[in-house]
Ligand binder design. Structure first.
Ligand code: SAM
Length: 355
């Protein structure tokens, strides 16, 4: 399995002059593709490139991981109180107005169903009993428990947050799903699973935290079993135009502010992700922009934070959570400017694969 040399040098998660992968990231993506495709032949040389490009970002990667773990350790209880099991956008009918809290929770589970449908896994062709699922960046395990209880899937979730892993296991036990869904602290960029373990590789809104998108995709592909479906739902920046080498300065500035608040490294575009997936022998690679379907989400999150309960709970959490809350309007601005895209990407690993 190829280990690519893609590293985010254009944007450090903390305070970089640029928070987009372009233009250097575009170079990196191209290089990552080359690595993934030809590493068997040129393994030694490419490993050297990987080491060289990794040097200097190791510290940031460690700090980023620590920050992500602390952010979710701190904020997950409050989120669960206000929003329940799922830490991801809801799927709404476009132009839906005045939706209640219950509608928002339904929209979050609808998101899971819509994503499965997009990937060709509908209730007519259900995830068969005991299908093995890895939930990469699992939060408190909402997706896994949903997939276990609705489809009988066997789910293993990984998160950087010890608090989330513990809570996810406790909720699974409380719902009688302990034998179906289990959770542990582990890094998506070095998953603690052997190759080819899972029939469904599921990553719901964790990809935006990954500082090395090529390594991230590489791991998603590696743990997928022959015939497995891979699903990646993630925040991207808009695709660049043919004549563009990078995002506009005001766009970079906006993404930088969001990165600092939410512990995100450089963003990439959907096209960048597609290039990464296309560098493997995968089938049915497809992507859609679902930004119009998630539009009511952030205004609703802000409204929930401004309720009496939300506001005082927020004050009791910690600085990371408060900083994140203050950055929420920036997400709305990013979507409205067509800068931020809600990307749904799926593909299948061939039954017999040489990936
Ligand atoms: C926005 S939450 C989404 C949680 C969950 N997928 C859901 O939809 O409810 C992002 C999750 O990604 C996880 N995450 C971020 N970077 C990670 C990494 N390198 N390895 C494993 N998990 C990671 C966080 O710990 C957190 O659980």
């Amino acid at each position: 399995m190829a280990v690519s040399s893609f590293n985010c040098q254009a944007c450090r998660w903390s305070s970089s002059p640029s928070s987009t992968l372009a233009p250097r990231a575009r170079v990196s993506v191209a290089r990552a593709n080359t690595v993934a495709v030809s590493s068997k032949k040129r393994g030694f040389e490419l490993r050297a490139v990987a080491e060289a490009t990794a040097t200097g970002t190791a510290m940031e990667a460690v700090e980023l991981k620590k920050g992500i773990a602390e952010l979710y350790d701190e904020s997950s209880g409050l989120w669960e109180d206000l929003w329940g099991d799922h830490m991801h956008h809801g799927f709404y009918d476009p132009n839906a107005a005045d939706v209640s809290v219950l509608d928002h929770r339904a929209a979050q589970t609808r998101m899971i169903d819509e994503v499965l449908r997009f990937a060709g896994i509908s209730e007519k062709s259900p995830i068969r009993n005991d299908k093995r699922v890895v939930d990469v960046g699992c939060g408190i395990g909402g997706s896994s428990r949903y997939l276990s209880s609705k489809y009988g899937a066997n789910c293993k979730g990984i998160t950087l947050s010890p608090v989330q892993a513990q809570r996810a296991n406790a909720l699974a036990a409380a719902q009688g799903l302990a034998n179906k869904a289990s959770f542990q602290v582990a890094d998506a960029l070095a998953q603690p699973f052997p190759d080819g373990q899972f029939d469904l590789v599921w990553s719901m809104e964790s990809g935006e935290h990954m500082p090395d998108k090529a390594k991230f995709v590489d791991e998603l592909v590696r743990v997928a079993a022959p015939g497995a479906t891979i699903i990646l739902v993630t925040w991207c920046h808009r695709d660049l135009g043919a004549s563009e080498r990078s995002l506009q300065p005001d766009e970079k500035k906006l993404l930088d502010k969001i990165c600092s608040a939410f512990y995100l490294p450089a963003w990439c575009s959907t096209a960048d992700y597609l290039k990464l997936f296309e560098s493997y022998s995968l089938e049915d690679i497809k992507a859609e922009d679902w930004s119009p379907y998630v539009a009511p989400f952030w205004p609703a999150v802000i409204r929930s934070a401004l309720t009496f309960k939300g506001f005082f709970s927020l004050l009791r959490t910690g600085t990371k959570t408060i900083r994140g809350a203050l950055a929420m309007p920036l997400m709305i601005r990013g979507f409205k400017k067509d800068l931020i895209k809600y990307s749904v990407i799926t593909c299948r690993k061939p039954e017999e694969t040489t990936v």
